[in-house]
Write a protein of this length. Structure first.
Ligand code: HEC
Length: 153
């Protein structure tokens, strides 16, 4: 029951955020905001030299030693880490700890900015872009939640 309530709270929070972002008149898109943010803060490890996700998984430790994560330097790549097939990956990795079970920030949160203010601002942009900020995996998502993951180009 608790899990379900927490889930509902998450969905509500997500919808609220989504609405707030839209009500603010700001349409947060990949092409207008997220690509630039990604190029500034993420592309050094997730760029053209980075492997496709399945190749990354074959040699996780080897790539990590080289400072490389899976490739995400296109709209289609990045969107696949929010919606499908790696549903919620962006949310799990970038969350500041407010939605994680252990209260710890995801391990990519630190890269969002040089200081807490910048990290929070950029997290806000990612949240608005994603739409419904849920940390669930594909099999746990409801259709409504999935439909709420907008990741606009
Ligand atoms: C210093 C290098 C580095 C930077 C900068 C970096 N990442 Fe990562 N990232 C990694 C590595 C290495 C992994 C894989 C290891 C792991 O699972 O933690 C990873 C994993 C991820 C994953 C999980 C992928 C999966 O397997 O599902 C996501 C999502 C992600 N990063 C997003 C981002 C975003 C968004 C940014 C920019 C805000 C960013 N990362 C910045 C190195 C980096």
């Amino acid at each position: 029951m608790q899990n379900k309530d927490a889930g509902m709270a998450l969905v509500c929070a997500g919808i609220l955020l989504f609405t707030a972002a839209r009500a603010g008149g700001e349409d947060i898109r990949y092409s207008t905001h997220i690509k630039k943010l990604f190029d500034d803060r993420c592309v050094s490890c997730h760029g053209k030299d980075a492997p496709e996700h399945d190749d990354f998984k074959k040699d996780r430790e080897g790539f990590k030693k080289k400072g490389l994560g899976p490739k995400m330097d296109s709209y289609a790549h990045l969107a696949s880490y929010a919606g499908w097939p790696d549903s919620g990956a962006i949310m799990r990795r970038l969350d500041d700890g407010k939605n994680t079970k252990d209260g710890k920030a995801g391990n990519m949160y630190e890269y969002l900015g040089a200081n807490e203010e910048e990290r929070q601002r950029n997290l806000g942009l990612f949240k608005a872009w994603v739409g419904v900020w849920t940390l669930k995996r594909f099999s746990e998502l409801t259709r409504e939640e999935l439909a709420g993951i907008t990741v606009k180009y």
